[in-house]
Design a protein around this ligand. Structure first.
Ligand SMILES: *[C@@H]1O[C@H](CO)[C@@H](O)[C@H](O)[C@H]1NC(C)=O
Ligand SMILES: *[C@@H]1O[C@H](CO)[C@@H](O)[C@H](O)[C@H]1NC(C)=O
Ligand SMILES: *[C@@H]1O[C@H](CO)[C@@H](O)[C@H](O)[C@H]1NC(C)=O
Ligand SMILES: *[C@@H]1O[C@H](CO)[C@@H](O)[C@H](O)[C@H]1NC(C)=O
Ligand SMILES: *[C@@H]1O[C@H](CO)[C@@H](O)[C@H](O)[C@H]1NC(C)=O
Length: 280
């Protein structure tokens, strides 16, 4: 009886990789969910927004209840928000756009009040390398995905020289997965994501639950599977970037998350559930 319950719970949990496994991007360790809260909305993984996502940055928080194997988040963290679908999900030649890059985040003592997943706020004591920038898909673009990732920041962390040019003025075609490898970052310790559409049929203030549909349909928005840019084949100056972008496939990131099979995840969830029940 008890073990059936454990397996049922574990199966539910195991299905919730954030972001979904089949996107081909890094997913958070133990499916840990990052708490991302805008004034009016808490981000449920995969929630749909119209274009009016606030221009001021959301609160970022961590909650041990959502952290899988008892991560208490006492270290230093790096936060990224990236858009893999620029300029259009049909052909994301400008993948990735950096929407936020903040190093040196630590857990504060203040809590984020939220209807769903609140947590303890993460705070910075240095300037962001790339300031938060609201989603801005071009006119009539189907929804882009905006993924928020939290990484553990190794002590004495340094951004590799090759990436030192990224800043508020230089945010497009960031080879994110290559960067994660080169910077030696492990699997994200929490993640979240949402959609934002600028299709003309979508009211600016539109909000809908994960899995629902936009007015007028989802168009080219990616709800599962990968979308790779069409190779440009020959534009000279940008060629190294587009090669890097084209090659920024899941295979280039060797962080621990990409090596988890669902079986491993299931096993670790089962172990976690077992440990949890044993403690009660
Ligand atoms: C963490 O999540 C749990 C479960 O949803 C909630 O009860 C708790 O209040 C949250 N913690 C904080 C600090 O918000
Ligand atoms: C922390 O981040 C905010 C918003 O990105 C920024 O305005 C502020 O200057 C940063 N704090 C420090 C101490 O640099
Ligand atoms: C969204 O599309 C409108 C046209 O419908 C355009 O004027 C606007 O600049 C776009 N919004 C953003 C944030 O880019
Ligand atoms: C946006 O797309 C819709 C549906 O394809 C089309 O009817 C409309 O004319 C387009 N609007 C603009 C401004 O391109
Ligand atoms: C953006 O930064 C990258 C990495 O440092 C650099 O290679 C590139 O030349 C920069 N682009 C611009 C337009 O500054």
């Amino acid at each position: 009886m008890k073990s059936n319950t454990i397996i049922a719970l574990a199966l539910c949990t195991a299905a919730l990789a954030i972001p979904p496994d089949n996107f081909g991007f890094p997913t958070s360790e133990d499916d840990a969910q990052l708490s991302v809260t805008y004034q009016a909305s808490t981000v449920q993984p995969g929630i749909l927004f119209g274009i009016d996502v606030p221009a001021s940055q959301p609160d970022i928080a961590v909650n041990e209840t959502y952290a899988g194997l008892n991560n208490d988040y006492t270290g230093q963290y790096l936060l990224f928000m990236v858009d893999p679908d620029a300029s259009y999900p049909e052909n994301p030649q400008n993948r990735f756009i950096i929407h936020w890059w903040q190093e040196g985040l630590t857990k504060s003592t203040t809590e984020v009040d939220s209807a769903s997943i609140g947590g303890t706020r993460l705070v910075n004591d240095t300037a962001p390398r790339v300031s938060y920038r609201r989603p801005r898909p071009p006119t009539n673009s189907s929804a882009h995905r905006y993924i928020q990732y939290l990484f553990e920041q190794p002590s004495n962390f340094q951004v590799p020289e090759a990436y030192s040019g990224y800043n508020d003025q230089n945010i497009t075609r960031f080879p994110f997965e290559q960067f994660l490898n080169d910077a030696g970052l492990e699997a994200p310790v929490a993640a979240n994501y949402f959609y934002c559409s600028n299709q003309t049929a979508v009211p600016a203030t539109f909000v809908a639950a994960p899995g629902e549909e936009y007015p007028g349909g989802n168009g080219a928005m990616i709800t599962q599977g990968t979308n790779e840019p069409t190779p440009t084949g020959g534009s000279s100056s940008a060629s190294s970037t587009s090669t890097a972008t084209g090659a920024a496939s899941p295979a280039t990131y060797t962080g621990a998350a990409s090596t988890f099979s669902s079986d491993t995840t299931l096993t670790s969830v089962l172990l976690a559930m077992g440990a949890f029940l044993a403690l009660r």
